[in-house]
Design a protein around this ligand. Structure first.
Ligand SMILES: [Fe+2]
Ligand SMILES: [Fe+2]
Length: 152
């Protein structure tokens, strides 16, 4: 049987301070997302089905949480963000069904697409929501302190 090789760990998604958006509940769920994607990138073929199941549960919770915040606070650009979540969740469900049938390749493709999708989604959509939620709950914009930046 053909097996596909996991990527070496240098090429896998890893959490770093550049992902911080300054609203702790979002940062915590994003760290979990990045950790699960990295685990799937490094996983052997036979480890993928339980990891994808775990990831799918994470993602449903992650998206439900963000969607609920957007709806309960009338976040203005909520619809395109909610639609993007729904499209990604649907892809994950489709790949879960294919992986059950033994299609490891499509699972690895999904994981790589998600690793590329996440930084853009976080930067373009989740960061605006993080600022909005921060100002709703704390007042003002968050100050994000990222290691490696020199403050002069
Ligand atoms: Fe998110
Ligand atoms: Fe999001």
């Amino acid at each position: 049987m053909m097996t596909t090789q996991p990527l070496d760990s240098c090429a896998t998604l890893q959490w770093n301070d550049q992902f911080l958006l300054g609203y702790t509940p979002i940062d915590q769920v994003h760290e979990e997302f990045v950790d699960l994607i990295g685990q799937m990138q490094r996983a052997a073929d036979n480890e993928l089905p339980p990891l994808l199941t775990q990831f799918s549960v994470h993602l449903q919770h992650h998206f439900d949480m963000e969607n609920a915040w957007m709806l309960s606070t009338d976040f203005p650009p909520r619809q395109c963000h909610i639609d993007e979540h729904a499209a990604v969740m649907q892809s994950v469900h489709e790949v879960q069904a294919l992986l059950v049938q033994g299609n490891v390749t499509i699972c690895r493709e999904l994981v790589e697409q998600l690793a590329q999708w996440f930084p853009k989604h976080a930067d373009q959509l989740d960061s605006a929501l993080a600022h909005w939620m921060f100002s709703k709950t704390m007042g003002g914009k968050p100050v994000v302190l990222r290691r490696g930046l020199s403050l002069r």
